[in-house]
Design a protein around this ligand. Structure first.
Ligand code: HEC
Length: 198
């Protein structure tokens, strides 16, 4: 009896082992078709919208500054450059630069740091001969300290502020403006070559 019993046990065990080998294959199969379905997941567009430039309402500080520069069209041009000149900006950008009295004095007397109250305004045009500006940029000195500027980019009507990639171009913090103007940090961030300040 014993050898027969052992043989039966062995066959059962072998049978189980063989059976085990087959099992995973059987269980995997029904899962496969289901996993394919949830893949289509489109709409990468919301991110692209953030790259866009939009005009937004100005902060109170910006609104006050925009009121202060309302008549900038009557201001002088620094260093006698009273026409369009091709901007140092990349691309076909032409500009007209204005400064209030304090700003003009700053340039004439080569005052660095620029004193509090000086304001520089620059109209940007999308090319030579373009009649109307596309934007107005402003630098207003808040104190006599180097680098203490209020930066602002507004529409030509001085009503709204440009927002780029979700960041409003207004204020004193690290805007795109400062990154570029920092090249001339030793001239208190003034970049126009015509300023001829040391
Ligand atoms: C890629 C570099 C760059 C960036 C970014 C930039 N500027 Fe300028 N900016 C210049 C250059 C160069 C000048 C000198 C005049 C010219 O060539 O257009 C200038 C001139 C100015 C002037 C006239 C006074 C001066 O410094 O000569 C104002 C005002 C001004 N920028 C404001 C701004 C504001 C506000 C921003 C941000 C919204 C800004 N700029 C961003 C390069 C830049």
């Amino acid at each position: 009896m014993r050898p027969i019993k052992s043989a039966v046990v062995l066959m059962v065990v072998l049978g189980l082992l063989i059976g085990c080998d087959d099992e995973p294959e059987v269980t995997e199969e029904p899962d496969e078709p289901e996993e394919v379905e949830p893949e289509p997941d489109p709409e990468p567009e919301p991110e692209e919208v953030e790259d866009e430039m939009v005009w937004i309402d100005p902060s109170q500080d910006s609104a006050d500054l925009l009121e202060d520069i309302e008549n900038y069209g009557e201001w002088d041009h620094h260093a006698g450059v009273d026409t369009h000149f091709e901007s140092g900006h990349p691309g076909d950008v032409w500009v007209i630069a204005y400064a209030n009295e304090a700003g003009i004095e700053t340039v004439e007397q080569e005052q660095i740091p620029v004193p509090e109250g000086a304001i520089f305004v620059k109209e940007e045009y999308d090319g030579d001969g373009v009649e109307d500006p596309s934007a107005v940029t402003v630098m207003a000195k808040l104190s006599d300290e180097m680098g203490d500027w209020y930066w602002l980019k507004s529409d030509p009507e001085l009503e709204q502020v440009l927002e780029m990639e979700g960041m409003a171009l207004e204020g004193t913090e690290d805007l795109g403006c400062i990154g570029c103007h920092a090249q001339d940090a030793d001239r208190d961030y003034l970049m126009a070559p015509q300023f001829e300040v040391p």
